[in-house]
Design a protein around this ligand. Structure first.
Ligand code: NOJ
Length: 498
């Protein structure tokens, strides 16, 4: 799902933010400088050991959905249901990375990459989610990791990028509290088998988002639209994160844990008190709820009314499970958002306005800065703000950028190449913003572009291309785009004027 769809479909929930507090937000948005200057781009420098990388996820690239003993996932079930995916496609073959992983590792090496963020498909290694192990599945990831290490590339492993074993959904999915320990067992298994070679583990990708989309709104699997289910799922996932932290550490002395959070810098639409409060709530729920839970053992006071502990199924002692240290913090950045309180929001055009009844805020995309592709606003300053906010609010954590990227209507040209200057500009601008944040104290150690390949973009199927490499939908042939070549030069030079 791309970010426009993401905002259009979801949004969301409550939230609110601080962004340097009232002083920052007191300024009128359209006058904020959104872009980085030519000078900032020319001066941007990155440390010699900076980890340049790319990201993918299992369901989006692997294919082989039923090969070698893999179990069915909720995304298999969802995409096989007629009418779910606009183009009628599915991830059965996807980019066929299951068979082509050696080529993809060679490609990463050719592009000078130092880190690759991939995910493990839970039903590939544990077809029923618990119990019997599929050794062929483990063997696949073992070979992938060996190939990466041989190529000098750090494996960054996400354990859950949304493809829940269908067998566990049949037992209640994330609304079932037992899921927390099933997940921790799975994490422990992977760390026992691969922890000698993988050090960096992210239990979850976008935990707020997948619980919201799957349980509160129902436009992603398992397709439920029920506030109570959402709240229970949210708490189970937070418990699972706490337990997984412990099982990863117990199984591997090298394990370091963080998550990959979707972080959408949220700005109050106007300077009104109500919009400030709405933006604060949005931020605390959508962006940092899980970070807050890990740190404090409770949930931020940002819901409308009291924090709904009872509906979440919170029990005495859960605070100890939630709480754990942050080895590092992983964040995605795609766009900034304008947040307002329903009462103060003017009436935006249909399709641009999203009200969350639980959190009582209105979410809109900005279109103040230049727009690229199908309407992505280029406003890298928000990426800078986000990194500085995390740096301030969480005591200078080590940061891993787990994703940024842009969907564009790429075409294969007559010369057999894909020319995507807008994507180059997108990355140049955002990397300059990141360099500025690093110069100002943000401890960013890695950056993963989304994505190595054009891949299966969830409900949008293959219609949305995010890759730095073109993937032919029929032959699965890979063609490095201009942006991929540019990014490879950046990775080699640690600067942007390449
Ligand atoms: C976030 C998700 O982690 C990824 O799966 C998705 O493809 C990209 N963003 C683009 O929408």
């Amino acid at each position: 799902m791309n970010r426009r769809t993401f905002v259009r479909n979801s949004l969301l929930a409550a939230g609110g933010l601080t962004f340097g507090g009232r002083s920052w937000a007191g300024k009128v948005l359209p006058t904020q400088p959104g872009a980085m200057s030519a000078e900032q781009i020319a001066q941007a420098r990155f440390p010699r050991d900076f980890l340049w990388g790319m990201a993918t996820s299992a369901y989006q690239v692997e294919g082989a959905w039923d090969r070698d003993g893999k179990g069915e996932s909720i995304w298999d079930r969802w995409t096989h249901t007629p009418g779910r995916i606009a183009s009628g496609t599915n991830g059965d073959v996807a980019c066929d990375q299951y068979h082509l992983f050696r080529d993809d590792v060679a490609l990463l090496k050719q592009l000078n990459q130092k880190t690759y963020r991939f995910s493990i498909s839970w039903p590939r290694v544990l077809p029923a989610g618990t119990g019997a192990i599929n050794e062929k599945g483990i063997d696949y990831y073992s070979r992938l990791v060996d190939a990466l290490l041989e190529a000098g590339i750090r494996p960054f492993c996400t354990l859950y990028h949304w493809d829940l074993p269908q067998a566990l959904e049949d037992r209640g999915g994330w609304t079932n509290r037992d899921m927390a320990s099933y997940f921790a067992d799975y994490a422990g298994l992977m760390a026992r088998r691969l922890g000698d070679r993988i050090a960096v583990w992210a239990p979850f990708n976008m935990p707020w988002w997948f619980t919201w989309a799957g349980y509160a709104r129902g436009f992603n699997p398992p397709g439920r639209a029920n506030a109570d289910d959402f709240l229970r799922a949210l708490h189970t996932v937070a418990l699972a994160d706490g337990l997984a932290y412990r099982s990863l550490k117990a199984a591997s002395s090298r394990a370091s844990e963080g998550n990959a959070y979707a972080y959408e810098p949220a700005y109050p639409k106007t300077d009104s008190e109500a919009d400030h409060d709405a933006a604060r709530r949005f931020h605390l729920l959508n962006n940092v709820l899980f970070l807050h839970a890990a740190r404090h053992g409770n949930y931020p006071d940002a819901f409308v009314g009291e924090v709904p502990y009872e509906a979440m199924g919170f029990r005495a002692g859960d605070e100890k499970i939630l709480q754990h240290p942050l080895d590092w913090v992983g964040v995605h950045y795609y766009m900034r958002l304008a947040i307002s309180a329903p009462a103060t929001a003017p009436r935006p055009a249909a399709g641009q306005r999203h009200v969350d009844p639980m959190a009582q805020c209105v979410i809109e995309q900005y279109s103040v800065g230049p727009q690229i592709g199908n309407g992505t606003e280029l406003w890298p300053r928000a990426f800078y703000d986000m990194l500085m906010q995390l740096t301030r609010d969480f005591d200078r954590p080590i940061l891993e950028i787990t994703e940024t990227g842009v969907v564009l209507p790429d075409r294969l040209n007559a010369d057999g190449q894909v020319h995507d200057p807008d994507r180059i500009e997108f990355y140049r601008q955002h990397l300059a913003a990141m360099a500025q944040a690093m110069a100002d104290g943000a401890r960013v150690r890695a950056y993963h572009a989304w994505s190595l390949l054009d891949n299966f973009e969830w409900n949008d199927g293959f219609t949305h291309r995010f890759g730095l490499t073109w993937t032919d939908p029929t032959t699965r042939r890979r063609i490095v785009k201009d942006s991929g070549r540019w990014y490879a030069r950046v990775a080699a030079a640690n600067r942007l004027d390449v």
